[in-house]
Design a protein around this ligand. Sequence first.
Ligand SMILES: [Zn+2]
Length: 240
Amino acid sequence: MLTAQQLTGQADSHVVSNDICRPTVRLQGPVFTAYSAMHSAAAEAGVALDIASGFRDFERQRAIWNRKFHGKAPLYSSNGAELDYSSLAVGEIVAAIMTWSALPGGSRHHWGTDLDVYDPRPFAAGKRSLQLVPEEYDEGGPCHELALWLQRHAHDFGFFFPYRQFRGGVAAEPWHLSYRSLATQAQQQLTLEVLENTLAAADVAGKDYILDCLADLKEHYIDNICGATDEQENSGWLFG
Ligand SMILES: [Zn+2]
């Protein structure tokens, strides 16, 4: 069980690094164990994978949020079209941010159970850089082979894809894997009260609006995930 501080990314005592990837990538120990087994199985099948991002702390998420809220970073609709910041009301700004970035305190990356994965080989020469956009994982994209392999095998190692399809909340993220057992626990622990207390005490842009409709935002963007149960797991894949 995580403490409220760990759950909201304000402590990092629940995550560790591992020789299998860069030291800046941190996850809970058991998640690395499962990832290592999956990494070996993928290698045996001729598929390479690496982690672009694991644990992210509250401060990092808050910096991303505040930049976007103040129009210092571009905002996109769920289909990737750039939005005109100057024409958006506060609620529309919050919705646009939450389609692509989590609320500080509400990111699954705080838990140490969730990771963004990619195929490192096409990027090794340094000629192209990973953008984490769906086209990279679609047919013809540099991470498509990996995406197909994970779609079939990630489940065997305890992982699922919470953002497999767009469900009206967070945009589809075929690179985002979640370690089901520990993530489900964390999700249950992240109550409205925990989130409310965290945000109320922090300097987060748009805080008054966010706190006013936090229950709706939580339901729409945080609780609204794909494959919350095993039965949903294998239906409606993006590709394949
Ligand atoms: Zn992610």
